[in-house]
Ligand binder design. Sequence first.
Ligand SMILES: Cc1cc2nc3c(=O)[nH]c(=O)nc-3n(C[C@H](O)[C@H](O)[C@H](O)COP(=O)(O)OP(=O)(O)OC[C@H]3O[C@@H](n4cnc5c(N)ncnc54)[C@H](O)[C@@H]3O)c2cc1C
Length: 415
Amino acid sequence: MSRHASAVRARLLILGGGYVGIDAYRAVMRQLGRQVRRGQVEITVVNSTPYHTFHGFTGEVLGGVLPLERTLTPLRDLLPQARVIEATVTRAELPMQRVHVQDQAGRTSTLCYDHLLIGTGSRDPFERVPGLREHGWRLKDSRDMQAFRAHLAQRLADGQPTTLAVIGGGFAGVEMAAALRERLTRAGVPGEVHLLCSGGVLDCLQGRFGGLAAHARQALQRAGVQLHLGRRVTEIRAGEVRLEDGASLRVNEILYAAGIALSVLPGTEELPRDDAGRLLTDDFLRVQGQTRLWTGGDAARVRHPARAGDCPVNALWAMKHGMWAGHNMARSVQARSLKRFSYRGLGQVAGLGRGDGVGELFGVPLTGAAAWWLRLLFFVWYMPSKRQGARAFAEMLRPPRRRGTPASALQPTGG
Ligand SMILES: Cc1cc2nc3c(=O)[nH]c(=O)nc-3n(C[C@H](O)[C@H](O)[C@H](O)COP(=O)(O)OP(=O)(O)OC[C@H]3O[C@@H](n4cnc5c(N)ncnc54)[C@H](O)[C@@H]3O)c2cc1C
């Protein structure tokens, strides 16, 4: 319980130590830092792991350019004034303003709140793709990523020919395919990388930025990635990807990057959601119809403030949602009026291997080295730990090792 229970005026409970959770914490601290340090406001963050995972450099981690630990930062370093609880949230009792959590040892506890922020993100869509859970590598959880890295490193060290399939032609899939292709080449191991997409490469860039999508497609082809466009994957089996048209592809390893699914926290079933399960928000990042419930990021559907439709689902928007939700939560505690979410975006960028990329910044298209540098600087700037960012920057500029990089132990580095 609280160190200053009698003096506590507000208990802020943040579920999830991802982008939403961290930026919400920072926004609250900017406004209520003094009250938090005096024990008048309590911030508690619950996360299933003790560290934050930065997914932006997934391609570089797979490609052996960055160690996995570069993307993991202990939450206690990032949230020094918060009570950080490593546990899984199992149930909410919204009318009682409390949630139940369970730690890895099976111990349960109950946390009460005045304001609750749901920033628990998304999960892999197991039910959408039969066989994904059993035969596909997932990369959202750093423990899965570590297992894949170790497995791949072993294959390459043994010189085993390796055929890899990446499913998903969005930013994550494209970056992974490019990075893995580079890694096989560097390791001098015979092998193939296949990229399978139900649509085209980077369809999200079609229309105004169609030229960027075409650049990405050509760069992947030049690098030797085999493209299977307009081909939906219906099932994953051991060493085999099955496609909608009845064809199948024999491969050694299958990586999945084609979409997300949402889990509904028991006790929150009554909250308004869209068909995908995302919580609906008002213009202040509150869950619609609620005054003490906040959300953002992958878990939420937030209307874009400047154009028709919703905010994109990615880390930058999750950060901005978290920032706004935290800011408004703090203003609620101070009984001040709330600020309407008004962030308009910055751009988007994808890496296509060392020194190449595509992107746009405020609508200005970029390709090649300019896009690669933009992405590097952008990611380093937005990493939650500046020290990790500086290390990543230096490592990205270092010439890559020719043979496979040994898999390191899963150990987050101090922030
Ligand atoms: C492989 C991969 C690559 C990506 N690459 C990019 C990229 O290059 N650029 C980009 O912008 N975006 C990228 N994304 C997307 C980006 O990571 C997400 O949009 C972003 O993480 C969403 O932030 P969030 O805070 O909503 O969720 P998250 O960052 O996922 O944080 C949610 C947190 O909640 C915790 N949690 C969930 N359920 C519970 C529970 N019941 N109890 C306790 N804790 C719980 C999780 O452990 C997690 O730490 C990538 C995603 C993946 C998976």
